[in-house]
Structures are given as C-alpha cells and as structure tokens.
Ligand binder design. Sequence first.
Ligand code: ATP
Ligand code: MG
Ligand code: MG
Ligand code: MG
Length: 564
Amino acid sequence: MRASRFPLFTSKEIPTDAEIVSHQLMLRAGMIQKLASGLYTWLPLGLRVLRKVESIVREEMNKVGALEVFMPAVQPAELWEESGRWEQYGKLLLKIKDRHEREFCFGPTHEEVITDLVRRQIKSYKQLPICYYQIQTKFRDEIRPRFGVMRAREFLMKDAYSFHLDQGSLAETYETMYAAYTRIFTRTGLKFRPVQADTGNIGGSVSHEFHVLADSGEDAIAISDTSDYAANVELAEAIAPPGDRPAAGKPLATVETPNQHTIEEVSALLGVAPEQCLKTLIVEGAEGGLVALVLRGDHQLNDIKAEKHPAVATPLRFASAERIEQELGCKPGSIGPVGLPIPVLADLAALYTADFICGANQDGKHLQGVNWGRDLPEPQRADLREVVAGDPSPDGKGRLHITRGIEVGHIFQLGQKYTKAMDATVLGENGQPQVLTMGCYGIGVSRIVAAAIEQNHDEHGIVWPEPIAPFQIALVSLNMNKSTAVAEASEALYRQLTDAGYDVLWDDRDARPGVKFADIELIGIPHRVVVGDRGLKNGTVEYRSRRDSANQEVNLDQLIEYLR
Ligand code: ATP
Ligand code: MG
Ligand code: MG
Ligand code: MG
C-alpha cells in the first residue's frame, strides 16, 4: 500500500473526550471516527487491524469444527418472549417496531435465534454435537458507552453456540473451546488470563472469561498468588476511572466482635455513623465469607449476587445486594461486591472509595469491621494485612490479590436454559424427544483492538503486536521526489517485500522525514525500513524495530533475510 494513496488521518492533538489511552490513540492514529455516542466508523487503517483479529478468530473456530453462519441483526420480539428475556434483559435491549407495529430488537446476543434455528434444523441425536458461530455486529444500549470501541453500543462480536445430547458432551466441547480461546489470544500476541466468571443474565453454571491484563481494565480480577485460581470480581460498572482512584490508606480502626452484634454496637466501636455501616450484619452463618462494601457517592454497580460470587468457594447465604439496599432504603446500585474474603475487600476498598467494610471472619464466629481511612500513606496498609492475615483463598491455596483486566472473551455452559424454554428437542437413541443441552462462547472482536493498544503503547503511540498490526513493515523513502536512486530502490524493495508476503506501507509521500517517522510510530507499525541517498551510496538501508530505539544498517540485498 502506498501512503500517497492511503491517507493517514493522524493527529497530534489528544482528543479531550477520550479518557483512556487506547481511545486517544485510535482517534489520533485515524483508526476510527465517532458518529454518535457508542457508534464508530472503522477507517481503512483501523479496519485492517479489526480484520486481522477477525481472521485469527475465524481460523481457530474453523479448526475446531465450528460452522460459520450469519444471522440477522434484527430479531423478532416473540423469540425473546419465549425465553423470558424480552423484559428481563432490561434497557440494554434496543427495541424497535416495524411499519406494522410489530416488535423487534437489535440483537445484543443470539441465543434465541440460534436455538430457533437448531430446533427447526436438527432432528436427531445423530447430528450432535453441533456448533455454529458467526462474526457479526451487536447492539447493546450501554448505560455509559465509553472508551471508544472498548465499550461501544454497536460492536463486533464472534458468538458461537454448541448443542448436545447431554452434559458430558457439552463439557467436552467447552474444553475444546477453552483451548481454542487460549490459542486465539496467544496468537494475537496479548498477555491474557482466563478467569472464573459469573454467568450474569446469559444464564448457566460453569463459565470463564478471558481477560487482557491492563491497568485501565474495567474488571477487577482476584488472582491467587500461589495457585492457578483466578476469578472476576465483577466490578465492571463500579470502577472509578483510573485518575479518580483514591490513594490507598490504612484502617483507622479494626474491631472484632462476637457474631450477631448489632449495627449500632459495631458502629460505636468503629466510631462511624450507623448509616455508614449498613446492616450488613444480616450475615447468616457466614462460613468463609464477607459481607458488603459500602461505597460513598453515586457509584453505579452491577447487581452482584452474593450467593453466586465466583471468588467464594462455599455458597453463601447472604442477602443479595438489592435486598440489602431495600432494607436500608438506599439507592439501587449503591452496594458493592458481596461475598468476598476480607483481603479482597481491603484491596477493593483501596481501589475505590469505600469508607467502611465489615464482615465475618473465616471462622464464622466473629464479625470484623474495618474503618478504612484513605488519608494515610501506602506503607501503612500493611497494618490491614496483619488484621486479615490468615484468610486463605477460595481454593485453599495462597492469598488473593486484585489485578485489572479487560474482558475480551466469555464462555458459558448454559445447560438447558434456552432449549427448555424454547422447546428445542431431538429424537434420542431411544426414539424419545430429548431436550438439548447448550453452550455459548463470545469474543469481543472489536474490543480486542482497543485492549491490544491498552497493553501495547508508549509515549510515541501504538506498538502493535505483529500478528494484528495494520501493516508489518513501513518502508519510508526520504526525499524520493528529488532522488531517482531512492525512488528506484524503494520501488524495487516494495515489490520484493510484498512478494515475500509482508504487509507493507510504503511511505512515498512528499513530506519531511520527521513527519513520516512520527506518523509511522503513532500508528505503531512493528518494522521500519528507511531508504535514503546516504545509505544507498553504501548499498544499505536503515532498519528499526518499533520496540527499539536504535537503528541498524542493513545491506539492501540482505534485508529479507534480516527481517526473518
Ligand atoms: P462487559 O462485562 O464488558 O459488559 P459482557 O459480560 O456484558 O461484557 P458478554 O455478554 O459476555 O459481554 O459478551 C461477549 C463479549 O463481547 C465480551 O466478553 C466482550 O468482549 C464483548 N462486549 C460486550 N459488551 C461490549 C461492548 N459494549 N463493546 C464492545 N465489546 C463488548
Ligand atoms: Mg455488559
Ligand atoms: Mg462481563
Ligand atoms: Mg461477559
């Protein structure tokens, strides 16, 4: 591709409405353009990256025998009424009416449509298991679209759905998919981590998310320091933007009280107002768990259900966040994660704006309250660790700590939630109709592009992992319009490199070297080859890797070898 025919819409200005670096860089590099809140046009440069991610995903899906389909984006209301999600899905669902006043939605996900397809297509157990997938635009009317394509309203998802005669077959495919996801994220060149996850409003039992690790990630992940244990803390909506996070402080007071203390007693001991403490004392037989994190201010939180929380191994018998809110008469969404061990909450309290946390000790016999002061320096947090030392992790190995991630993939063992509700059966071996068992597997294809930048950038711009870079090599010609030697050598090199299979952006523009170099760094091309008169006199070009600051002189005729 010649840059003279491939306009680079680069800009030096940091866009004021872009909070995180990937959003800023995608705009500055001219990858995307905003149309309206949560709606983005992919410009040619951005689309090249999106398509590369997409083809990695497609190749790995095809490898495991998933069959590509392409379903409508607009879906009839009747299907969602059958599954019960027409009401349940809430405001994320964009509902629309056609000219006959029939109701439709713009698909945020496709469990209903695929279940309808399968109940009409698949008749016998002999056709099972079967797995379909598509790569398609979804629409979710997100409450706070932000961070560009990271949390957009319209975005590109790969969604796959598998159907089985029994749970054993589902578990097998789930494992195959887990392995395929591991290959996909390995191939994109990103640092990632699979974690246990909540199943949210999709439903089902077993579930894992794949997270690209990045400080700006919206999700908090609890990771054990000594074992493989990792789980999502599901704080997705709760985060304060990185800049707003309070400095860590130290507990002003900690108390241990016998179980069943009243809120008034604990608050008196801690020296905080009872209304700050919440009635988290509705802990019932808290074996191994914690209670609630009280947040200050107007934080929006996911409705986190204590009894399902992935970071807690034993099912807890706590009230849900909503119930606690009702009892206390506080605003819906003001209560944070329920059911986490104290060390996790301590970290969360430091990350967010908790004034106070309280909960039950591991032995279930004591209630512990911690008044978390944020005006004290970091080293003193050690005090809190002392207080909570001895609280194991959920799998009994090591201690949990919190890191941040960007959810780029999510797989579920759904079981029969949709197939039962929608009566999707096949004839079993005994000739009797049998309800299908189902799994579903999502990847945020467009989100991966932003996540990759969040993880790979420097002060000059994006630093693409090679497998998803828009171009692999930038061929920069200096003063080409004045030097025939440069023009001829560049043209020959361009041919040679493209023939060798490289994606090359040939910067043949009539622009100052500094401008060209800045653009190439900003858009993050992994390899840069500079052709200039000075080098050509010695038969060399200049090579520099995007991850390096030093140039290498390379003989023209050895360049291809060198790049390998
Ligand atoms: P999140 O927790 O970030 O809201 P989700 O759990 O609602 O995501 P899923 O229903 O699991 O999302 O959808 C599968 C994948 O689609 C997610 O893992 C994520 O990568 C991607 N995705 C979901 N919502 C968005 C969005 N608003 N913008 C871009 N990608 C998204
Ligand atoms: Mg969501
Ligand atoms: Mg999620
Ligand atoms: Mg998810």
